[in-house]
Design a protein around this ligand. Sequence first.
Ligand SMILES: Cc1cc2nc3c(=O)[nH]c(=O)nc-3n(C[C@H](O)[C@H](O)[C@H](O)COP(=O)(O)OP(=O)(O)OC[C@H]3O[C@@H](n4cnc5c(N)ncnc54)[C@H](O)[C@@H]3O)c2cc1C
Length: 497
Amino acid sequence: MANTLTALSFNNSYDIAIIGAGPAGMSAAITASAAGARVVVLDDKPRSGGQIYRNVDASPLVKPAVLGDDYLKGSQITAAFKRSEAEHIRGVNVWHVGDNGEVLFSLEGETQRLTARQVIVATGAMERPFPIPGWHLPGVMSAGSAQVMLKSDGIVRDGAVFAGTGPLLYLIVAQYLRLGVKVKALVDTTPKKNYVRSMSEVTGALSAPAMLIKGLGLMNEIRKSGTKVYRFADSLKVMGDDAAAGVSFCVSGTSHEIVCDHVFLHQGVIPNLNMTRALGLQHHWCVQQLCWKPTTNNWGQSSQGFVSVAGDSSGIVGAESAAAMGRVCALGQLVNIGLMSEPQAVTEAANDQKFMARQQHFRRFIDCLYQPIDQHRKPVDDNTIVCRCEERTVKDLKQGFAQGGREPNQLKSQTRCGMGPCQGRMCGHTVSELLADWRNEPVDDVGYYRLRTPMRLVTLQELSRFTDVKPTVTPTAVNSEELDSCEKGSSLQEKAQ
Ligand SMILES: Cc1cc2nc3c(=O)[nH]c(=O)nc-3n(C[C@H](O)[C@H](O)[C@H](O)COP(=O)(O)OP(=O)(O)OC[C@H]3O[C@@H](n4cnc5c(N)ncnc54)[C@H](O)[C@@H]3O)c2cc1C
């Protein structure tokens, strides 16, 4: 049985520490513990499940079925995780992972420490920031946050406008409608040109017909509900001075305004970078998904040999691929710690690796169709806030750039953009893309903020009470040539040959 630890009863030394108990982290834990590894999973939520299966075992809804079959089937993996021998430390914020395998986390206001020979980062995704005029006003939230409130506490908001693009947006609107909640309008910002462009990837989409049918089904459901849908919208703005009072947008040059108190924005998800960045892992800019990703090989192994990255924190793959990737990462680490032979890992990983490759075809179609438009990622209006923590606008950044802030860290020290408590989560991608445009250079050359521990907010009081820093394990770094060769498609098997 998986031990769920909320008190201070964990061991302080493990073979594998996994950060995140979503599909990626849970399946990694199930695989690794079944092979005899001592595994611990740390997660900030009170229950396992991650974003997609949040609260699947304790839904506050009378009929959780309204959240869909994909949600309900999460109880299979949470049950398998509970049956496994992996230990689960829940409700904790991991705020440091050291290159000595040390993991520090906050548990009930106290920092605790454990060490692991290998670490799997499975911290998932976050919603892509939507820096349009008024996105910082009270009454504006991400659609994902609206879904979090629904899944966690059964709280919904009547009469809201949902705006943006991507399958998750349609799913959340459909979940609202199934509950009988009135949605004032869906403002779809997917441009016409994306429908044309994505035709080149349509064969990939046909390789996963069930997903395609699911997506079409959601749109049909929304259409049949009579909800007002505006398609091909651009120039989206949230109106209001002190709070959201509505949205304005254009469709084929015609302006529209909708009065409302609540606006839920969404334009896809991007990897949650704070941990992989603070660990100093190599990253690259993914042109297909327009986001930074940690650079990994086919086994999810990063530029630091003892760290693998699984699931959406490695690049957006979706829940089923996240689970497959978790298993593959675990197999790779079992080889690293000598609990499995390489040939056995290769055999056991084969089906998951094939599945992930197939899913990537479908993902290319989705990424192409739902690529958010430039003006909603790279704000043009001088007064639009980019950094919500420090309230820095496009104009402030332009001034910082003119004064020599040519890369994100320089710009940060000149303007304070990215210096707030979210540590750049809300502005980092925008800053990288804006600077790339202003410098007329690739985003990869511009880079990202240099992030450091603590990866999560920790109080000074908690820090001052923590004195127990005793590194014990010194894992080795991966040879960069080896990583490069893996990126080109080699696998452990190929390397062994
Ligand atoms: C808000 C939101 C809602 C989503 N809803 C859906 C949905 O309904 N359907 C769907 O198909 N996809 C949804 N997705 C996409 C979804 O993220 C993935 O498909 C899937 O959940 C990815 O699995 P994962 O295991 O990689 O990460 P996740 O499921 O995100 O799990 C990562 C876990 O790590 C925890 N974590 C992160 N950092 C730390 C830390 N420092 N310390 C401790 N714990 C930490 C997180 O809280 C989370 O529990 C959603 C994404 C977001 C951002």
